[in-house]
Design a protein around this ligand. Structure first.
Ligand code: 9YT
Length: 133
């Protein structure tokens, strides 16, 4: 069994910040834990707009704090997000995430993120190099 606390992740190499400052992702479980998914506690800062397109991953996003919206860019549909909302990107949807109030999201990625990915120009995480446990 693995036991961790968010306090141990914050400020460590598992605490990843977006280059544009829009979000911060605290990676609680990663690829090298070898369980088939990764689990992130992510902060989306108020007033930000982030284009994301996970072409190689499925992501579930559960909002536990804050408010905003997610727009699927292919059809312009806008879904309001608040604490208790969950969205599941089960179709590799390109989407725009906007926070009106700072949002805290619990994110699950399959396949798991290794921790080394960076968003490319499309907002996708390229599959990262395998990290040995
Ligand atoms: C909700 C979302 O996709 N935010 C971008 C960061 C990503 N979730 C991550 O790496 O935790």
């Amino acid at each position: 069994m693995i036991v961790r606390h968010l306090a141990d992740i914050i400020g460590s190499e598992r605490d990843v910040k977006a280059e544009n400052g829009n979000w911060e992702s605290r990676r609680l479980i990663l690829n090298n834990d070898a369980v088939g998914f990764s689990l992130h506690d992510t902060i989306i800062h108020a007033g930000t707009e982030t284009l994301l397109w996970y072409k190689y991953h499925i992501e579930a996003v559960y909002c536990i704090e804050g408010e905003g919206e997610v727009e699927t860019t292919a059809d312009g549909k806008i879904y309001p997000i608040k604490a208790g909302s969950v969205y599941l990107l089960n179709g590799m949807e390109r989407h725009m995430l906007r926070a009106t109030k700072t949002m805290r999201m619990v994110c699950v990625f399959n396949p798991p993120v290794t921790g080394t990915e960076v968003h490319d120009a499309d907002g996708a995480y390229r599959p990262g190099a395998e990290v040995k446990a």
